[in-house]
Design a protein around this ligand. Structure first.
Ligand SMILES: Nc1nc2c(c(=O)[nH]1)N=C([C@H](O)[C@@H](O)CO)CN2
Length: 118
């Protein structure tokens, strides 16, 4: 089963970073998610309760990043992956977390992880 639900460029303002100044100001994060889901079921029922609701997932990921206040992108990415697997029953996911502006000479820096199996 290779179906997915996508969330791309989810923008979140959150406290994140290892330096003292970064504990005082929110910074912009961008989240890309590819989430394995059998889309044949919601396609047949036309019922959002059978779907992986990308609006609910987006809200939960945003709320997590705001409350977690991690130092590292790696820690944030792992926390997001865990909540998606535990709370939404996502079996496999690919996640990219970018921090635009962290390195002025780069368009963005970030991490990418895959967790689970399809
Ligand atoms: N692999 C990582 N390297 C760095 C991170 C990070 O989260 N993961 N964070 C920082 C600082 O917080 C940086 O973003 C400040 O500009 C440095 N390296």
């Amino acid at each position: 089963m290779t179906d997915s639900v996508l969330i791309e460029g989810l923008a979140v303002e959150a406290i994140i970073g290892v330096y003292d100044w970064e504990r005082e100001v929110s910074q912009r994060l961008l989240v890309d998610l590819e989430l394995a889901w059998d889309n044949r079921v919601p396609a047949a029922s036309d019922d959002v309760s059978d779907a992986l609701d990308y609006a609910l997932v987006s809200e939960r990921v945003s709320a997590y990043l705001v409350q977690a206040r991690p130092q590292l992108l790696e820690t944030a990415a792992e926390g997001i992956a865990s909540l998606l697997q535990e709370e939404f029953g996502v079996r496999w996911l690919r996640l990219a977390l970018r921090k635009p502006g962290a390195v002025p000479a780069a368009a963005a820096v970030g991490v990418k992880i895959e967790r689970g199996s399809r």
